[in-house]
Design a protein around this ligand. Sequence first.
Ligand code: SF4
Length: 79
Amino acid sequence: MQVSIDQDRCCSSGQCVVTAPEVFEQDDHDGLVRLRVTVLPPVRFADVRLASELCPGGAITVTEDASDRDGEQTGPTTV
Ligand code: SF4
């Protein structure tokens, strides 16, 4: 899975940070989204998909293929 963000579309609402705080953060000054990681661990894939769905600005793009489902945990996860 790859995730990219478009700060021009980000409206600083913060849902992504609430949904996947290990992956997304907001700039302290303007509130725009930033990625906290360069490589996404499979355990975070579901959270990232949900963050992309919830983003009101459509600022989060997820790209994945079938192999991304390999090794992905299902069910509740702990941090
Ligand atoms: S949910 Fe979308 S609009 Fe809100 S801070 Fe995250 S990227 Fe920006």
